[in-house]
Design a protein around this ligand. Structure first.
Ligand code: ATP
Length: 375
């Protein structure tokens, strides 16, 4: 981090619009190493009762390891995991009352749908009418009652995933852990399942922790998202807070798209700073000292074409390099003088269209401008 930077652009944890419910899962100072490889380090996470949170991050950042530690499938080197006020750090998995849904469903191929869903209940010595009632209820929740007697091998991927969810919730777990449960499904089905599962789990009020590397999935499903990087949580907050006020350059780059322009703070004025960039002077809210090396950032949908009042807007000029039509929006790609990539997303193109190569004026609100210490 730049030594002259005196304030990071956002807190690493922040309250969502409504305060989260009382902590149900409390993780403190969790650490895990495999040989010389430190996978999780001093990790803290507090999940509210009935909350749906996602662990989001690139491959290898430690999401699955964290989930396996919560499930009890491996033990941490340091730290504690408390669920419902009980310290379960060293409790074996079958005594934690934790439901797990894996990426590959892990259904038993020799059992029917109903037998798969009832598996955990029979293990808990529940039989007879109660077994039947609870299997029926779980199948009804995932709208699969009509398939009860079918072999699970005669189901589609989406149907198998519904059964895996039904099996996990039939035992009424204290918390539900889901490890990339939709990654094998095609995009349309995945989107349907995301909405369906979100409704089911909200209605049941089960505290859920969901692992994904898909930012859209995390934004759609979660009450809060924990963005992980190299075994640590860089930002834990509501999806809108993660998107509009990312706590670090890593979070900004990992969630959504952005234009990022390196620069030098030349002046501070009240709660604003002025930054010299290759595209001219830009202003941004933030507390940095003159001389700080920073990155100015803006989301593509915050930028529009044309000029505006200087008191409110940052303005630059750049040549249009490419136009990408995406149906609901059109992406305009500009190139700065030092090769900076500038992206603008427009819901509608201006009348008369646009021609690649044209030098255009771009503007965005100073209030929409983000500032980060240069890496
Ligand atoms: P992905 O999205 O690819 O599943 P992830 O964020 O879930 O990644 P983890 O599976 O938690 O990442 O792995 C984190 C790191 O720990 C990786 O470098 C991985 O190689 C290592 N790792 C995980 N499990 C073991 C193990 N049993 N033995 C040794 N190293 C492991």
């Amino acid at each position: 981090m730049n030594a002259l930077a005196i304030a990071a652009p956002g807190p690493t944890t922040e309250a969502p619009a409504t305060a989260p419910p009382a902590a149900h899962v409390e993780i403190r100072q969790l650490g895990k190493r495999f040989g010389a490889n430190t996978v999780l380090q001093d990790l803290a996470l507090s999940v509210g009762q009935g909350e749906f949170i996602s662990l989001l991050g690139p491959s290898g950042c430690g999401k699955t390891t964290l989930l396996r530690l919560i499930a009890g499938l491996m033990l941490p080197d340091t730290g504690t995991i408390t669920i419902g006020g009980r310290d379960l750090t060293r409790t074996p998995p079958h005594k934690r009352n934790v439901g797990v849904v894996f990426q590959n469903y892990a259904l038993f191929p020799h059992l029917t749908v109903a037998e798969n869903v009832g598996f955990g209940l029979r293990n808990r010595r529940i039989g007879g009418e109660e077994l039947k009632r609870r299997v029926d209820e779980a199948l009804a929740l995932v709208r699969m009652q009509a398939f009860a007697e079918r072999s699970v091998t005669a189901l589609s991927g989406g149907q198998q995933q519904r059964i895996a969810v039904a099996r996990a919730i039939a035992v009424e777990p204290a918390i539900l852990l889901l490890d990339e449960p939709f990654s094998a499904l095609d995009r349309k089905l995945r989107e349907t399942m995301q909405i369906e599962l979100r409704h089911i789990l909200r209605d049941l009020g089960i505290t859920s922790i969901f692992v994904t590397h898909d930012q859209d999935e995390a934004l759609v499903m979660s009450d809060r998202i924990a963005v992980m990087n190299q075994g640590q949580i860089e930002h834990f907050g509501a999806p809108s807070a993660i998107y509009t006020h990312p706590a670090s350059l890593f979070v900004l780059e990992f969630v959504g798209q952005s234009t990022r322009l390196p620069g030098l703070v030349t002046r501070t004025e009240g709660d604003q700073v002025e930054v010299e960039t290759a595209l001219g002077r830009l202003r941004a809210p933030g507390g940095y000292l003159a001389g700080s090396r920073v990155v100015v950032a803006v989301r593509p949908e915050a930028v529009t074409l044309g000029e505006g009042p200087v008191a409110e807007f940052n303005m630059i000029k750049a040549p249009l390099a490419d136009i990408v039509y995406l149906g609901a929006k059109t992406q305009l790609h500009f190139k700065g003088p030092e090769g900076e990539a500038i992206q603008v997303d427009l819901a509608r193109l201006p009348q008369g269209g646009l021609a690649a190569g044209a030098e255009l004026s771009l503007r965005w609100r100073i209030a929409d401008t983000m500032l980060f210490p240069a890496p």
